[in-house]
Write a protein that binds this ligand. Sequence first.
Ligand SMILES: [Fe+2]
Length: 299
Amino acid sequence: MNIFVDSKMGDDMRRRELYRGSIFVRFPVPAALRLCRLAQELIEEAFPGVDPLRVHENLTAESCAGVLAALKPKFIHHPRAKQYIQELLAEAGCDLEATFFDVPRLRTAYPGDYLKSGIAYAFHPHRDTWYSAPFSQINWWMPVYELNSENCMALHPHYFDRAVRNGSGGYNYQKWNEESRFNAAKHVHTDTRVQPHAEEPLDLDPQIRFVCEVGGAFMFSAAQLHSTVPNTSNVIRYSIDFRTVHLDDLLSETGSPNLDSACTGSTIGDYLRGSDFSHLPETVIARYRDRAGAVELVS
Ligand SMILES: [Fe+2]
């Protein structure tokens, strides 16, 4: 596994590296900074007169969840967010005709036990491929405010080539969307919605925590095991993540190997073309969406 820092490698070769488990750390670029500033503006507007990093000291978890329930979709669907992703992809050397992205998510990680579920779900160790992501999906992650090693995200790359028993066989993305995603704001203290978890003890160490600057980012394969770091700092972490897929790789079924994902359905309908925000061709969507779970896990 390699870590490429501020690499100028072309996108075709970069994707091959990512599919093999490499990680790319990107230095700040103007479009990513614009995206972070948009998130900052919306956050500060949503919590007027409150230090955005210390909302937990001023608001009850219920009030905060109520604000997030409006703030997060506002960011996700903001027209400038899509435009900045488009610019960011161009700056990263991606072919906008063949690269498709999903809308950027705004995530939060609160100190201690404040708001750990629902709208601010703290992600246990998982691969996105347990959640119906294609094996050629690439995740992009960036902090909105200054990050520290106690409130960031961790990758567990020693599991990249090691299968983990997990509950992905019971997960179907389409079904999840229909049944429970829109109820996230209701789950303030506990989250009863069924999600794929590891079903064996995990060694989370060694782990890698990328503490990048605002406007910086790191990219990794959707098949990498990753988790939210328990926030032991006294400040809230806000971060942005989005995902990309490349049409050629979807057509040729190039991507990371599938060791242990058995979910059904696909996130394939979510991606928008970098150039004009159109969806993937219907034939590609149908091919991935209708696919049954790929791996039968044995004990
Ligand atoms: Fe994830």
